[in-house]
Design a protein around this ligand. Sequence first.
Ligand code: 3NM
Ligand code: MG
Length: 521
Amino acid sequence: HTMKKTDVDYAVYLVTDSTPAILGDRDLGWVVEAAIKGGVGCVQLRDKTSDTAQLIDIGRKLHAVTQQHRVPLLINDRVDVALAAGCEGVHIGQDDMELSAARRLLGPDAIIGVTVSTVDQALRACEGGADYLGIGTVYATPTKTNTKDIIGTAGVRQILEAIAEAGHANVRTVCIGGINESNLQRILFQSAAAAKRLDGIAVVSAIVASPTPDAAAQKLLNLARLPPPFCPASGENAPKAVTADEILALVPDIVKKIHTGSPLSHNMTNLVVQNFAANVALAIGASPIMANYGEEAADLCKLGGSLVINMGTVTPDGLANYVKALKAYNQVGRPVVFDPVGAGATSVRRSAVKTILASGYLDVIKGNEGEIRTLFGDDGTQQRGVDSSSTLDAAQKAELVQKLAAREKNVIIMTGKTDYVSDGERTFSLDNGHPYLAMVTGTGCVLGTAVSAAVAISGGDKLAAALAVMLQFEIAAEKAASRTDVQGPGTFVAAFIDELYKIRQATAKDDLTWLSVAHVS
Ligand code: 3NM
Ligand code: MG
């Protein structure tokens, strides 16, 4: 072997597929060579239909190509074919030959990769001396329909965390399944654990089905090297406000900037709250547009604002529109706020949530306790009671919000009598508000709109932005409810909009008395 296995570049790893639906009538050797010229650093021959003699023949031909470019060729499943073709190693799945046997047959210099979808499998592969792991399936893909587990970026991150913790940070990793130009950067970003990130991504159709495999590979490699267009939740360079007092000090400027910057708040929201949401946006100084047609996002995303996706009245058309708009906003790096209304209520909504989470980066997710618990998958804490409907205590709520934010690498807001907000590192609770907020429809949805305006102008610290406008919102509610002209939920709504406006006007004049009742810890 002339290639050192520690030198392999896993950034863009090509897995071949010779089925006509993907390869078409092109020559596999031509596709592989083009892909390598574009930047692929490792090739796996995966062919589930050819017989042994054919496979050896294809393997030798591909190896002649890969060797020329000093890129390793690995054979899927077949240690015998790897030996016969004289290539650099194999990639084995959980149902293939065991790792120890493959190692004995191929020797210490061979590259052996293993497919893993659970922490257990990953740890076993690392302990058994795998050189790299193929972690997946990240997302469902037409290329391989018999996959066992769709693990998402959260599953990938768990595996990376576990192997780093077990002392296997040196084992290389790629992930696979449904990866393409549009999601690669987000997948690399969201899957990264503190102590270990992926070395690269493995793809089939993104390269093999492309009419120009060289350009496709090059594009993937460039994207893998660049940070994603969206900013991390707390802003890369933003000075970090850590304590409640430090965060509170940022509030006036954020409230002011919404008023002076008047950012576009593009709402794809439900039928019930459109009017209320638009009025609240106007009251705080933002520019609302209620536009549920996904095609419009391509233009609207360029106007320096942000998007709210509220699935309160989700339909199949609506979902497709959300996905289109989400991708458009992600591509230009403008923020997206997601409100998973009724997330756990029906199977349609559960699946809509999955689709949206898998389709793009959501800068902020805002929901009530039930919705946030559904998004997390369980309640995020040790079950302490027997009654699953029992609500969590304050510490458990804070922990749930923190864990979900750390997993999604974004800002999570959980509303309730006490509101919680976290970016995974900093978690705050807010104790302002009034019971009238729960007696009027759409106050939660409308908070999503207000948050979208705040993150649109925040630039850096999205947690601080969200918290600022949450305070404006909850304190306006308190002030409205205490007015003598407010008799109940009806008059409350009008007074609430007025008080939002008054806080904005007062803040513009540096009158911050409203903020003195803030209850943040
Ligand atoms: N292995 P595409 S998913 C070959 O989960 C393969 O182990 C998978 O194809 C696994 O890049 C997959 O076209 C197919 O989505 C990936
Ligand atoms: Mg296999």
